[in-house]
Each structure stands twice: as C-alpha cells, then as structure tokens.
Design a protein around this ligand. Structure first.
Ligand SMILES: [Zn+2]
Length: 562
C-alpha cells in the first residue's frame, strides 16, 4: 500500500466532530467477523482535510493516505467506535490473506532457498543454531519470553577483533507490526549472510572486525503467529493484548504512555535493551510502504542532524532503486521522507530511540505488501541487501573516541555536545564501561563540548571528512584534585642560550598556557604558548615554569636561565 502525501502541510490539531454525532453500532458482516477473529481490521476512511487525517492518526493506527480523500487505517473495535462517533464514513478493506502468502517450510529448506517463512519453532531453533554454529561470532540473547511462551531473540554479531576505539553497536530489528513480514525474513537472512561471510567476504569481515551488529528479526512474535505457530497467514499488526507496539513508547513531545495503554512487555523489553546497550545507529523494519522514514515522527520541526538523515536515507533509497525494477522504493520523496511530513505519530519506536536512547534509528518501510507472498521473499533480499549493508556501515563514520579520567585513566560517561548544532537530545554520551563515544556527523568543522559531573569540561574543534572517521580521545580532569601530567608528560623544556629562549619539545596541538615564577613564587610572566621558543624576561636564575593544558592537565618544571 503506497500513498503519497508529498504536498500536504499538516495543520494544528483541530478537534471537531465533522458531521455531528453519530451513534456507534457494533459492526456486522465481514468487518465484524474480522474484528472478532483478529481483534483488528483494515478500513478505508474518507477524509477531507489534513486536520482530519491527523485526527484519525491520533485515535487509531493510520497506515497510509492516497493524497486525496482516502486514508487506510488499522482499527480495533474501540477505535472504530471512536471514528464512527467522530462522524467518519468508512468501508471495510481487509488485508489479503491468500494461503500461499504465509507458507512455512523447514529450517533446512529455508536456509538454502529463503522462499518461505519458518514455523515459530523453526525460527526459534534457527536463531539458537546461529549462535551454536558460530560461537566466536554470534551470541543469541533472549530479551523476553511472552505469556504465550514465544520469545523475542536478538543476535549479537561481531568478531573477536578489538580495535582501539571500540566497536560502534548497530541495531536492526523487524516486524514489531506482526503482519509486516518481509523484514522478518530479510533479517534472518542478513544474520546468515554476516556469519557465513566472515573470513571469506572482505566487506563482511571488515564489518564484524570493526562493528558490533545486533539483529532482532521478530519483535512481535504473538502478532506474526497469531493464527498458530505453523502459519503467518493469520498475522496481525498488534500484539496479544491488542496494542499497536509502535504507538506504545514514551514520546518526546507527549511524554509517558501516549497511547493510553500500559507499556507492553515487548516495549519494556526493548527499552531495557536500549538502556543497557549503547546503540549508535539502527533501523526498524516495517511494511506497508517503500520508504526510508527519518525523525521526527512526533514533531514537525527538523532533527538537528536533518542533513545527515537525508544523506543516509537517500543513499538507502538510491541503492535499493539500483537493485530493483523501476518504480520500487519510490514512495513520497522518491523513497525517503521526514516522518511528520508524512503524518505525525506519537509513541513510536523511532523517536524513542533517537530522543531517549541517543541512537540514530529510522523506520524502514521495506515493501508495500503487508504479509509478503513467499515467492517475493528472495526478490526482497535482491532489492534490499546491498542497501542494508551500506546503511549499516554508516554507523562507523563521523566523530569518535574515548573519554577518560585524566588522573586514573578510567573510562567516563560524558555528555558529548556539538555546539551550535545539537538540540532535542541529539547529543550523545560516552559509554560508562568503555568511555567510547560515537557521534555520526556530516562532513564539516565543529566545536565539541565534553562534560561529566565532577570534572572540568573541555571543548575542541574537530573536522569530519565525508566517508571518514575522526578520532578524538579526551581526558577530563576531576574538579578539586591535583592532576598529574598525562598529555604533557612527554613535554621537554630547556633554556637555549643562543636564542635566549625557553624551548619546548613535544607540545600538544592544543594551546597550552604557561606561567613563569621565581623560586620564591613571584609571577614573572604569563603567556599562551604558541611556538616552541618563548623569550624570557627578568634576568638569570632558577625559574619555576607551570604549564596548563585546556583539559586541566598541568605540570611544573624547573629551568635555570643563564
Ligand atoms: Zn509497521
């Protein structure tokens, strides 16, 4: 289902009952049957203004819009009632469910052909097998067992290589809407591709030697296997509690519980994961459109990294288009869109990850078809896998480094802010356990501020080149403690009789301030050290020379001037 909404400007929420009050009725016929069987149904609703479209999105799960008068909406009985009470007219438009779409096959068949879905048990054993057959590369974590007994599993994939600046953690997850199934298979196949490519494919080897990739193929297993563990044909959008999980997260604009439901077990499990693993970048896969949707979904204003977002999403769309037939992945702005420019949603995973978890996550709509027909599953891989790999590699570029305590050398959790740039929680934090930080940035020159509570702040100018990584390790000096020499520890100072200068060797790149005292503590001169030769004043004798680095590091040396 692809619907264009390119030129529609969303107006402020205008709450009005369009056609007067209407008495809600319990739907009968096919719609009533679908609601009672699945707890949800798809309807096509007639809309006449952007404000109405927004009102529909606020009370139900908007799926798409034709840019004219028709919006497609997923509703449960309660939400249908609200739309009826608001006076909207609608028709039933069920999601097609041909039996062939949901066929399952054995794990052995699947991992050769990738042209069917696994049974639930097949999925579970395939994930476990990924970990068991590649113990040096893959750990499979169970992040939740649902009341149904079904599990949300995530594969953590990386090599034993430990590069000095650490490995940025990247997150792919899919199918939080249980009936958006193409991404489920794409992700299983991507795990297989990475594990089997390590050591033979140079690109895959580089990725796993330099990055850590986390992949959760099925994040709403109760929705996908709603019809039982041996078919995805009866898949539904929502979870077992009839809640749309992509409206269930804390929202940066609206706050807690934006959908009025308790946080679902699936939501809490993912929040806990994002709280404990410092994901740098990611994508959350859906179906129903063919577009890379970037933040924000809840705010109409731009994300501070809007330019970077448009760059990585454009690259994704261009790469898919280069590997697929004309017309594929061209929705909205030729395959990319700002979320709110499409339609505003609250409680979405994307905005949660960006605002609260400091992770650059986009919503990736991989296919216009909800329950992907099995014969198209291999095509989906052909169309998307190059773009998935390229997008993943973007998590390695930009500014990075390690923040440590200048006294102990221990890693620090520090806030890293790009001055005159960051806003709305677009800053990042260094990891408390490793001190590593990663700030994905477009090329340019930036002033970056490093702050940690109990430490002197430090700021530096950095230049980031396109398609490259700038490394900036930072030591923060604790407040109120003497700081031994670290940055300045290799500095050499001596008096040069010929030029009558103090001479310095191994000066750091940053401006170092210098104070020159007599032995009895009288300040003779102070300066910012710009060159390796500093003329001395005040005659001969012993000098105490105190040098201070902007990070708080300082040393005192004695020199005899003669
Ligand atoms: Zn979705």
């Amino acid at each position: 289902m692809r619907y264009l909404l390119r030129h529609v400007v969303l107006l402020p929420f205008l709450f009005a009952i369009p056609f007067g009050s209407t008495v809600a009725q319990h739907p009968v016929g096919d719609l009533g049957d679908e609601l009672s069987q699945f707890g949800e149904a798809r309807i096509a609703v007639t809309v006449s203004s952007p404000a109405q479209l927004q009102q529909i999105a606020d009370v139900s799960s908007l799926l798409g819009f034709d840019g004219d008068q028709t919006a497609w909406v997923n509703v449960n009985a309660e939400e249908l009632n609200k739309l009826v009470m608001l006076g909207y007219s609608y028709r039933h438009d069920p999601v097609p469910r041909p039996e062939s779409e949901g066929l399952t096959a054995t794990v052995g068949h699947l991992m050769q052909h990738w042209d069917a879905y696994p049974t639930y048990e097949g999925y579970d054993s395939m994930m476990i097998a990924f970990g068991q057959s590649h113990p040096g590369l893959c750990k499979v974590h169970e992040i939740l067992t649902l009341n149904s007994g079904r599990k949300i599993l995530i594969a953590q994939i990386t090599s034993q290589n430990t590069p000095p600046g650490g490995k940025p953690k990247f997150l792919y997850s899919s199918t939080m809407h249980g009936n958006e199934t193409a991404g489920y298979i794409l992700m299983l196949r991507l795990i297989d591709y990475l594990l089997n490519g390590y050591g033979t494919d140079p690109e895959v080897t580089w990725i796993l030697d330099n990055m850590e990739v986390w992949i959760a193929p099925l994040t709403n297993p109760d929705g996908t296997y709603f019809g039982g563990n041996h078919t995805v044909n009866q898949a539904i959008r929502r979870n077992a509690n009839n809640v749309d999980l992509n409206r269930n997260y804390p929202d940066p604009r609206v706050g807690a519980n934006p959908d009025g439901h308790a946080y679902q077990p699936e939501t809490m499990a993912f929040k806990a994961l994002a709280d404990t693993v410092s994901f740098v970048m990611g994508a959350n896969l859906h179906s129903g459109a063919e577009v890379a949707n970037y933040p924000w979904d809840t705010w109409i204003k731009q994300h501070p990294d809007d330019g970077w977002w448009r760059y990585v999403c454009r690259m994704y769309a261009d790469t898919v288009q280069a590997n697929s037939p004309p017309g594929f992945f061209t929705d909205l702005d030729n395959g990319i869109t700002n979320g709110a420019a499409w339609y505003v949603i609250t409680g979405g995973r994307q905005d949660y990850m960006n605002y609260y978890a400091y992770c650059r996550e986009m919503t990736l709509e991989v296919s216009g078809i909800f329950i992907e027909p099995v014969h198209r599953l291999p095509l989906m891989w052909d169309y998307h896998h190059r773009a998935l790999i390229n997008y993943l590699k973007e998590g390695w570029y930009g500014l990075r480094g390690t923040v440590t305590d200048s006294v102990t050398g221990n890693p620090l959790r520090a806030r890293v802010t790009v001055n005159q740039h960051d806003a709305d929680s677009s800053h990042v934090w260094s990891d408390a356990h490793t001190g590593h930080y990663y700030r994905l940035l477009e090329q340019g020159t930036y002033t970056v501020l490093y702050e940690a509570s109990g430490y002197h702040s430090a700021s530096f100018q950095v230049t980031v080149a396109a398609g490259d990584t700038t490394i900036r390790d930072v030591q923060l000096a604790p407040i109120g403690q003497r700081v031994p020499d670290r940055v300045l520890r290799h500095l050499k100072i001596w008096y040069d009789e010929t030029s009558q200068c103090l001479r310095f060797r191994n000066l750091p790149a940053e401006p170092v301030s210098v104070k020159v005292y007599t032995v009895d503590g009288r300040l003779l001169q102070r300066d910012n050290l710009a060159s390796e030769c500093m003329p001395v004043r005040g005659g001969t004798g012993v000098r105490m020379i105190k040098l201070m680095h902007p990070n708080g590091d300082q040393i005192v040396r004695k020199v005899f001037v003669y």
